[in-house]
Design a protein around this ligand. Structure first.
Ligand SMILES: [Zn+2]
Length: 474
């Protein structure tokens, strides 16, 4: 296939067909179900689904069949089946649910209003992960435009990813015959370390979320009265957190939450550190004077991709500043988000965290952990030579640099599920979440130029898959 021609097609298709629809999608606050108790009744999911279905009516590839799965009480899935000319299936994955808006958007921007500034399209969900369905279709259309065939493609788009994909397994079951046994999985929901070459994700961390509550009183009391007699729930919470994490170094303490990092992954991290240099840490929006956890970029990359790391992401029981009286509060709840190594089963991690936090509570405090649905990690199978070549070739043609391979610190729970279910499959996990794109935070943007180029690269991977991955039919 002619990659430059595919890029020219992607450029025009993005401008004319994708960006208008993606901008409309950004306007819809289709929060993932854990963030939106009213998701079933407020219509946002239906609006997002209708927007994409209407767009597919206009833009779907030849012979494409659109199926919507709707199990009561579950968020829907959207399946687009595009017939091919081999007995192989390529599965393309993305999601349409979003993270909450988050504060801190700079003036002129907000989560639900799309704003294009040069190569950037700002707004929640454009890059994570609304673009995926459009880009997947565009990659196939770019092949059609050159009259190049492909394997059978199944595009699978879900609405519960940001909640840990709790609704997906039921649909995988229901549609297992339709989905088939993919030989190639392409997921456009991952990160890239720069916008200057193609990146493939070789591992994903899992995540364990829990609300840790420490109760000490039935109601709050005057702190002049209670303090010194009643232990502070905050102090007990601090103690418990120190069981989990060394507060000086950030190292997660329980042995069982760490794994031996495979040698090949350490080598990848070294190659990426050599390519990126200071960019490994300089991409973050540091306040002045602030330093990173380590001076060694390889350690930073391994911390981010293979080691457990803790953050406190929310609280209850602590009033806002305007309401903060001198009171000994009855309880403290902290929401913990623990990223776990790719190969550590999430159920095991949950067991360890529960035992560490709730065992022998200081002063007999009432301590409880309410866990979210755990999300497992994933470590890629060895890359097939044809896929490595296809990635390198398209990266060199489109960017003038070889493709890079690195673990991602985030989680896509579904990939772990797929990896276990289809052990023979090859994976091209990639995305547009590069420097400053800030998915999940304020000022999220989609780097439009990179998205167009990535679309062309995906076309070439589908082309290589048809040639190398499956038997020709007939
Ligand atoms: Zn995502």
């Amino acid at each position: 296939m002619d990659l430059q021609r595919a890029l020219a097609f992607a450029d025009a298709f993005w401008e004319e067909e994708i960006l208008p629809a993606l901008s409309e999608y950004i306007r819809i606050p289709v929060l993932s179900r854990v963030f939106d108790p009213e998701w079933e009744t407020n219509g946002h999911t239906d609006r997002a689904l209708a927007l994409v279905r209407d767009w597919l009516e206009e833009n779907r590839p030849q012979g494409a069949k659109v199926t919507v799965g709707k199990i009561p009480g579950r968020t829907p899935v959207l399946l687009v089946e595009i017939p091919g000319d081999t007995d192989e299936t390529a599965l393309m994955y993305g999601h349409l649910d979003k993270q909450p808006e988050m504060s801190g958007w700079r003036s002129g921007l907000s989560a639900w209003s799309p704003v294009r500034e040069g190569h950037r399209l700002y707004g929640r969900g454009g890059a994570d992960d609304g673009y995926a369905v459009f880009a997947s279709v565009a990659a196939i259309r770019a092949l059609e435009e050159q009259k190049i065939s492909h394997a059978r493609v199944m595009v699978l788009i879900e609405f519960s990813e940001e909640s840990g994909s709790p609704d997906l397994p039921a649909y995988m079951e229901d549609f297992s015959r339709l989905i088939g046994t993919p030989g190639l999985v392409i997921a456009l929901d991952s990160g890239v370390s720069n916008y200057e070459q193609l990146w493939s994700t070789t591992s994903l961390r899992g995540v364990v979320g829990c609300a840790l509550t420490v109760e000490v009183l039935r109601e709050g009391v005057h702190s002049g009265d209670g303090s010194g007699t009643v232990p502070s729930s905050f102090r007990i919470t601090r103690q418990l957190l120190s069981r989990l994490e060394d507060e000086t170094t950030g190292v997660v303490r329980p042995e069982g939450l760490r794994v031996a990092i495979p040698e090949a992954r350490i080598e990848e991290a070294k190659a990426v550190a050599a390519a990126l240099g200071d960019e490994v840490h300089s991409v973050f929006p540091w306040v002045s004077g602030m330093r990173s956890v380590s001076d060694d970029p390889v350690e930073l990359l391994l911390n981010r991709t293979w080691r457990p790391e803790l953050e406190v992401t929310g609280q209850e029981g602590i009033p806002r500043l305007g309401n903060a009286g001198n009171v000994l509060r009855p309880f403290t709840t902290l929401k913990l988000s623990l990223r776990i190594p790719p190969t550590l089963p999430s159920s095991r991690a949950e067991e360890i965290v529960r035992a560490v936090l709730t065992g022998e509570p200081p002063y007999g405090a009432r301590v409880s952990c309410q866990f979210d649905a755990p999300a497992g990690g994933w470590d890629a199978p060895p890359l097939a030579p044809w896929l490595r070549e296809a990635l390198d070739e398209s990266s060199e043609t489109l960017f003038g640099k070889k493709a890079m391979h690195l673990g991602d610190g985030g989680s896509i729970p579904f990939i772990g599920t797929l990896g276990r279910k289809f052990p023979e499959a090859q994976f091209f996990i990639t995305g547009v979440l590069g420097p400053e794109s800030n998915a999940h935070g304020p000022n999220e943007f989609l780097e439009i130029g990179y998205a167009k180029t990535l679309t062309a690269a995906v076309s070439s991977v589908l082309d290589a898959h048809r040639v190398n991955g499956g038997r020709l039919r007939g």
